[in-house]
Design a protein around this ligand. Structure first.
Ligand code: SF4
Length: 342
């Protein structure tokens, strides 16, 4: 039976990850939830240090709920997809208001802020042993290969979800969910799957057909557009840097940033950009550009720098504190370029 074979493999080969419980231990729903939110769109290796920091600072959901939002955003800085951090905080508050108890069914979990279908199924299975199928891109790939399902994505999602759901066992549903994730992450990888080590090799239709690497079939993605902006690096004579907080709504909502123009597809002339400068002074253009890729677009930022002591909208951050200011990755790139140009 496929599930039993995979669970045997998992018992010997499970990845050791800081949020995983040991055999015989009861899973902690707070750690399961926190790790699943952090892992959305993010690699395991990037998540590990953030997970460790969060559970050290906020060992319970009640502690996280009681933290100021700015502190949560600062601890999240660099992990990306910042709406997750705001929803994480809202969700912690909703659970804390419920006596610190997470709901234990897929449908009730999916009503929490930031908990979509996949995450609700993963928490229901891993934290509460519910028979739920957590189907993400990894699991879709494994199913597409196991059954040699050649329908192109994303149309194939429905069928692949049904195939994945049918395989979930009654017992050890949480271990099974993590086992499929591990199989997709370490053996049935997008390029060069290591079929020789796979517990499902004897049942795998794509292995038999020799077309595993061509599955799942993907339709060409549209090119990401490029947006452009100009950032303003303003330094006080004592070296402090002007930063400001972005509005709560929208991209990087609530995060700290180096002030900048809006981001648009057309190039900015210096005169146009200066209309958005935090103050009128002698700005100079720094050499080089910052490039950053978001989910839906590439961003190119030029940087103007100046020294001034006049008051401007925002707050001043001492130079030595810039690494801990909670700047998202794109703004850390601006800081690096500006500091390198000194
Ligand atoms: S045999 Fe190969 S292609 Fe098939 S599930 Fe295993 S790793 Fe993936």
């Amino acid at each position: 039976m496929l599930a039993a074979r995979l669970l045997d493999w998992y018992d010997k080969n499970a990845r050791r990850l800081p949020w995983r419980y040991r055999p015989g231990e009861a899973p902690d729903p707070y750690r399961v939830w926190l790790s699943e939110i952090m892992l959305q769109q993010t690699r395991v290796q990037a998540v590990i240090p953030y997970f460790d920091t969060f559970v050290r600072k906020w060992p319970t959901v009640a502690a996280l709920a009681a933290a100021p939002q700015e502190e949560v955003l600062r601890a999240w800085a660099g992990l990306g997809y910042y709406a997750r951090a705001r929803n994480l905080h809202k969700c912690a508050q909703a659970v804390a208001a419920n006596g610190g108890v997470f709901p234990d069914t897929e449908s009730a979990l999916s009503e929490l802020p930031g908990v979509g279908r996949y995450t609700a199924a993963a928490i229901a299975a891993i934290a509460f042993g519910r028979r739920a199928a957590a189907v993400d891109g990894n699991v879709e790939r494994v199913m597409a290969r196991l059954y040699a399902h050649a329908e192109p994505m994303p149309a194939a999602k429905k069928r692949l979800t049904a195939l994945a759901t049918a395989l979930v066992p009654e017992q050890r549903a949480g271990d099974y969910a993590q086992a499929v994730m591990d199989l997709g992450a370490t053996i049935c990888t997008p390029a060069k799957p290591v079929c020789g080590l796979c517990p499902w090799i004897r049942n795998c239709a794509a292995y038999k057909a020799g077309n595993a690497e061509q599955l799942p079939v993907r339709t060409e993605k549209a090119e990401r557009p490029t947006r452009r902006g100009v950032a303003f690096w303003l330094e006080r004579p004592d070296g402090a840097i002007l930063l400001r907080r972005r509005p709560q709504e929208g991209l990087l909502g609530g995060m700290v940033e180096v002030p900048s123009t809006p981001w648009r597809s057309e190039e900015w002339s210096t005169d146009e950009a200066l209309a958005f400068a935090p103050l009128s002074t002698d700005w100079r253009t720094l050499r080089g550009q910052v490039r950053h890729t978001f989910t839906h677009f590439h961003l190119e930022l030029s940087v103007l720098a100046a020294r001034a002591s006049a008051d401007a909208d925002g707050h001043w951050c001492a130079r030595r504190d810039i690494d801990d200011a909670g700047l998202p990755t794109v703004m850390m790139k601006v800081a690096k370029l500006a500091l390198k140009s000194k």
